[in-house]
Ligand binder design. Sequence first.
Ligand SMILES: [Zn+2]
Length: 262
Amino acid sequence: MRVIILWIIVWLVVGIAFAGLITNAYGDYFRTMGVYHKHNPQVCIMNPNPEIDDRLEMISDVTYSAINEWTDKLSADGGNWNVNITEYEWSEHGTATSDDYPNCTIFINYIYGVTNDSVGRTGFDFSKSWAYYYWVEIDLNTIERRIGIHLGESMNESTVANKIIWKQLPEDDIRNIVLHEYGHALGVEHYYVNTNCRVDECDYSPIMFGSIGVFDGEIKNVTSKDIDMVKRIYGDDGYGGFSPKYVPRECDINAEWYSRLC
Ligand SMILES: [Zn+2]
């Protein structure tokens, strides 16, 4: 009898330890940028040069709408999640630098596009105490690779070459990109899907997942996991709240976070 009880206890202990291992091995996780906003963000939208893109109204609208989606969903259960948004025309900021706008803590810039495979980038400078900021760069065009084939009269005269075609990113894609990059500017690096999940079990829906499709007509949204990631950094009471901010480098999405220990 004694032996059996002991065996059950040992089994329970092993079972709990094993369950813990499973959580770590199969849980999705996220990483952070390592820095957070000390106050409510001041977002500065630096409108693009109308010569590279004349869709100014649409670009402004989708940027506001993406920022507001984050703010509304973060605020749904209370907390001080307000952000200030100011918009600057190209004629006002075209030759300016970040030093000219010391109040801005998130800059949103738009460029024509770059020749690598990314469509948006975010970086930060938190090195100065008097002006720290995230900068976000949104591409308005991207390249689409096509194989160009020229058939000659013989094999020797035929050529195959990479053709690079620049294409304007549509409205939905620009909004998706702003949603994703803005999440970086709030302090989230990426959401990682565990490599052991079977494809149909993997959750690729968070906007902070590291890759985004373009030209596929998909409309992305901020998910509850994205909101959870930001709240693990700032606490439920928001940017300006009393909760101590905690910036882990990596955090298991299933882990308890009573004391923000992830
Ligand atoms: Zn990213």
